[in-house]
Design a protein around this ligand. Structure first.
Ligand code: GLU
Length: 483
């Protein structure tokens, strides 16, 4: 049996992180098994479905590297198939029209509430006589189509994540609506729990892998498979994604869609990697940092946890930094340059290329997100110093001007300034002026960078020197020191 799985998002919003994680698990399983991964757009909710959400979902899946082998299939294009299946159930006597009005259903719920009973449909129109039906129709009532659910049934399946799951027929809420209200004699729009079964069976889905929030639907769907004489697929219900408080991750947690994460500066590799870890743990000797290809090789449902998966920002950030640190500088610079340019830094992409590569090497080890490069390079973005008060105050102390003057003289006299020369000079100044090395270093940092903290001083100095910015800055700082 060849494995066929699917992701079936509803285009009623942007690609949600929960859906994306489900897609990751489906994709990993399909690739592990040499199976087929199918994309189905569940757009039956025509009021809330929008083409731009479909677009967002597809581009998000592609961005994450979750390529699909078949589809997209759209449910709105398959309505005839669903209606024919509803008709089949009607013909078999397994479904029937229910003429209850909203008011009647509401009154029924109120009565159940008053008796402290769980709300359910009491199957009151299950056994109407032909005369009763005719009477309702004569009143002009419309009808939904309900599928008969046997309260005595116990539904059981072996979930690939949760093990044996049992659901009582009596807990399914009574005979279920499978098609919306429509004029008597016609079949209204078929509903989610029904069309999923038709689609999964028509598309020969072997494993239904989806979020745990669908677990209550599975009981109903198994009954539908049986009623239609179709093969019941295997099910895997993946754990929910929880926030730090242990509640379902929601809009209140700031980011919910894949596009939100992208906008925040996360790489697709890190996000896909992280979603792989939301519920699955890779076997030894794999570490938590992996590519999707590596994960596909090792993936199995045995290592999927049934407890909810807590969203851990630190881990995502760590993964993102790992991904960025591994990008070759020649590639990374192409991503950093537009950000640096947008920040107004005096960099020329053409003539400064070797210099920009060195700068990339300097900032790379401290990048968590790509946009951090703006801050990391801020002190090197302009020829002129942007002197901070603390740095200026430091330079105005006793030896500030003397140190800067000595440095300036040495740098100006040198043809090509090297780290070795710089170190020798620092030693010399310490001796000549009788000051501690720390004071010389801080003065240098203040004079070259205009701040008392920042990236590696020697590397920064060499970068400034290559552009002649060190001399300019030291002159500027000297004036401050003397003021
Ligand atoms: N359309 C459903 C959703 O977006 C998925 C249904 C399923 O996977 O069976 O939650």
């Amino acid at each position: 049996m060849s494995v066929r799985v699917r992701i079936a998002p509803s285009p009623t919003g942007n690609l949600h992180i929960g859906t994306a994680r489900t897609a990751v698990f489906n994709w990993l399983f399909a690739r592990n098994q040499g199976g087929t991964f199918i994309l189905r757009i569940e757009d039956t909710d025509q009021e809330r479905s929008r083409p731009e959400f479909t677009e967002n979902i597809m581009s998000g899946l592609k961005w994450l590297g979750l390529d699909w082998d078949e589809g997209p299939f759209y449910q709105t294009e398959r309505m005839d198939l669903y209606r024919a299946a509803v008709q089949e159930l009607l013909d078999k006597g397994l479904a029937y029209p229910c003429y209850c009005t909203s008011e009647e259903l509401e009154a029924m719920r109120e009565a159940q509430k008053a008796n402290k009973q769980a709300p359910r449909y009491d199957n009151r129109h299950r056994n109407l006589t032909a005369e009763q039906r005719a009477a309702f129709e004569a009143e002009g009532r419309e009808a939904v189509i309900r599928f008969k659910i046997d309260d005595e049934r116990v539904i059981q399946w072996k979930d690939m994540v949760r093990g044996s799951v049992t659901w009582k027929g009596s807990d399914l809420g009574g005979d279920m609506v499978i098609a919306r209200r429509a004029p008597a004699g016609t079949i209204g729009q078929p509903l989610y729990n029904f069309v999923v079964v038709i689609d999964d069976s028509d598309m020969e889905i072997t494993h239904v892998i989806r979020g745990e929030d669908h677990i209550a639907n599975t009981g109903k769907q198994i009954l539908l498979y049986e009623a239609l004489g179709k093969t019941v697929p295997l099910f895997a219900h993946t754990p929910l994604i929880l926030n730090q408080q242990g509640r379902k991750l929601s809009k209140r947690d700031g980011v919910t869609s894949v596009a939100d994460f992208e906008a925040q500066g996360y790489t697709s590799d890190a996000l896909a990697n992280y979603m792989g870890l939301l519920g699955w743990s890779p076997p030894e000797p794999m570490t938590e940092r992996f590519t999707m290809a590596e994960a596909a090789e090792a993936f199995s449902f045995e290592r999927v946890n049934k407890a909810g998966a807590k969203f851990d920002w630190d881990k995502l950030n760590w993964l993102n930094s790992q991904v960025l640190h591994a990008v070759p500088s020649e590639e990374l610079v192409e991503e950093l340059l537009p950000l640096w340019k947008a920040a107004g830094y005096e960099f020329d992409g053409e003539s400064d290329r070797p210099w920009l590569l060195e700068l990339t090497e300097l900032v790379k080890p401290s990048l968590v997100k790509i946009k951090d490069c703006v801050e990391q390079a801020a002190l090197l973005g302009h020829a002129a110093l942007d002197m901070q008060d603390a740095a200026a105050d430091f330079l105005k102390q006793e030896h500030g001007a003397g140190i800067l003057q000595a440095v300036l003289d040495a740098v100006s006299a040198s043809e090509s300034w090297t780290p070795d020369e710089a170190k020798a000079l620092i030693k010399q100044i310490t001796k000549d002026l009788g000051v501690k090395k720390g004071v010389v270093m801080r003065s240098l940092r203040a004079g070259l960078m205009g701040a008392l903290q920042g990236p590696d001083l020697m590397q920064s100095w060499m970068l400034l020197n290559q552009r002649g910015w060190d001399v300019k800055r030291l002159e500027q700082a000297l004036a401050v020191a003397k003021s």
